[in-house]
Design a binder for this molecule. Structure first.
Ligand code: NDP
Length: 510
């Protein structure tokens, strides 16, 4: 994130400047400072954004706290109606938002539309939850007594999001938090503040009361950490990398703040001898190189049985080599840029690591710099073959267009390799044997399992999240998301007119 300085882009007035949204008003950072967001495909300046600090965070949290009593008291179906209106407006603005996303973080336009669609889907799902928000009504163990549980909002939700799904992920957090009656402070990634500004403008247009949603842009250290540490924040929803997650978890633990973490992945696709090979190739190419490999659910390991490995690798090389790199706004482009120069360097570093580890570089392996690509952060679709399952290439999240192929003898070996990483987000198997498919559903230890499909493509009405180092046991999406943003309250109503003691008065007298 670059602080404001001479841009060489012409008069400063031509570049839009965007503030924070606090208590229903747009305002600059208290320091007056800004930072830039640039297009990763060509380096063009998109806009300048408030470089906020602790004092801005305090103001946003205070606005959220002030709005909480009225929002909490608003009937949940009414809250749901506002989310429905937001979903409808997001649909109207879908194309504009998708284009802004492609410009700001690089994914190809078709995928950017899918990202916005995920936001629409979760808005409508959670709008419906406004008329459900189910608790339990259960029989009491005592006569003339009523027993039930209801969900309660927590208060202020601090939501810290990454750049790779700049509309979907903020919506996956905001929609359940809001329908449950919480107020929100959103801190988006510094690489995608424009998407966040556009999204919050749509929430404003939907008519959410002032203070219910607040936006504070700025760095993780200056905005993210003060948010996590703010004594008036009741729950933190975080998606990002594991290292940041651990720092946040320590800070949250000091105050006992509830925390939901969605972290990295090292997702595997298993391909067995009886697989439909062409279908498997489609699934692998889409999962490994879609969003330039920058998805938490991206496939970075293919685990293939020896009998078909040569055939599969040959087909993958052919398909990967044919992928067209370029600006995601250009028709016919398959793969956009990486998010920044550091991401290109990281992938390059892992290519060197793979070679040093003795894996076979089957295709790609270099930054793509021919012609117009030289203006952006592009990298060739890269495949390593004969990767050792315990090597760094096969164990560490790379978050770029680099795929490792691991050869195994049979299903049992494939499962061991698939499970043998610290992450547990998504996994997939290609097989035509229904019994093997069911074994895989049982044996894979990830939060999401696909059969005869790639590792990406979650739908919003099922829980989303991972096991092991991928998270802390929370889930986003589906009605499971409500668990993060609500507290259970058990309610007992005794209408017997006498004192009835549970566990005592209902026991047989001895
Ligand atoms: P980061 O962890 O770098 O950043 C995520 C967010 O945290 C950003 O808003 C960032 O701000 C903020 N942040 C950074 N440092 C701190 C800090 N010390 N305190 C508080 N907040 C901080 O992740 P990336 O943006 O690089 O996203 C990629 C990662 O996200 C990958 O590891 C990927 O696997 C993971 N991910 C996981 C998903 C899941 O559901 N499991 C889904 C999507 C991505 P700033 O941008 O200003 O640095």
């Amino acid at each position: 994130m670059g602080e404001e300085g001479p841009m060489g882009e012409g008069p400063a007035s031509r570049v839009a400047e965007h503030g924070n949204f606090i208590g229903g008003a747009w305002r600059p950072a208290s320091s007056g400072r800004t930072f830039e967001s640039r297009n990763p495909a060509d380096g063009r300046l998109i806009g300048r954004f408030a470089a906020s600090q602790g004092v801005d965070v305090t103001a946003a949290v205070a606005a959220a706290r002030a709005a909480f009593p009225d929002w909490r008291a608003t009937p949940a179906p009414r809250r749901g109606e506002l989310l429905y209106r937001f979903g409808a407006l997001l649909t109207q603005h879908k194309e504009e938002l998708a284009r802004a996303m492609t410009e700001e973080m690089g994914k190809v336009l078709e995928e950017a539309r899918g990202d916005v669609q995920e936001g629409i889907d979760i808005a409508y799902l959670m709008a419906g939850e406004g008329r459900r928000l189910f608790g339990d009504v259960v029989p009491s163990e005592l006569p003339d007594k009523w027993a039930m549980s209801v969900r309660e909002p927590l208060g202020v939700a601090a939501l810290i999001t990454p750049w790779n799904f700049p509309v979907a992920i903020p919506c996956w957090k905001m929609m359940p938090a809001l329908v449950a009656g919480n107020c929100v402070v959103l801190k988006p990634a510094s690489a995608t503040p424009h998407c966040a500004v556009l999204l919050v403008r749509i929430l404003e247009e939907a008519g959410l009361p002032p203070g219910v949603v607040n936006l504070v842009t700025g760095s993780g250290a200056q905005v993210g950490m003060p948010l996590v540490k703010d004594p008036d924040v009741d729950v933190v929803g975080f998606t990002g990398n594991g290292e940041t997650g651990r720092t946040i978890a320590v800070a949250a633990a000091e105050r006992g703040t509830r925390l939901s973490m969605e972290l990295g992945g090292k997702n595997a696709i298993v391909v067995l001898d009886d697989a439909d090979l062409e279908l498997a190739v489609e699934g692998i190419i889409w999962s490994a190189f879609g969003t330039t490999g920058q998805r938490c659910t991206a496939c970075s390991r293919v685990i293939v049985s020896d009998g078909i490995a040569d055939d599969l690798v040959a087909r993958l090389i052919e398909r990967a080599g044919a992928l067209r790199l370029g600006s995601g706004l250009e028709p016919g482009v398959d793969v956009g840029p990486l998010i920044d120069a550091a991401a290109v360097e990281k992938v390059e570093r892992y290519v060197a690591i793979g070679q040093a580890e003795g894996a076979v570089l089957a295709c790609g392996g270099r930054p793509a710099i021919s012609g117009a690509l030289a203006q952006g952060h592009f990298f060739e679709a890269t495949i390593f073959d004969r990767v050792e399952p315990t090597s760094r290439l096969a164990q560490e999240e790379i978050f770029g267009p680099l795929l490792s192929v691991i050869r195994v003898a049979d299903y049992e070996a494939a499962v061991n390799v698939a499970r043998g990483v610290r992450y547990g987000l998504s996994s997939s198997i290609f097989t035509s044997d229904v019994s093997t498919a069911f074994r895989a559903m049982r044996d894979f230890d990830t939060g999401i399992v696909y059969v005869n499909a790639g590792t990406i493509g979650a739908e919003t009405h099922l829980p989303f999240g991972g096991t092991k180092a991928t998270g802390n046991g929370q889930r986003e999406a589906g009605h499971a998301a409500l668990d993060t943003y609500t507290e259970w309250k058990a309610v007992y109503v005794d209408y017997s007119g006498r004192l009835q003691r549970a566990q005592i008065d209902n026991q047989p007298q001895g």
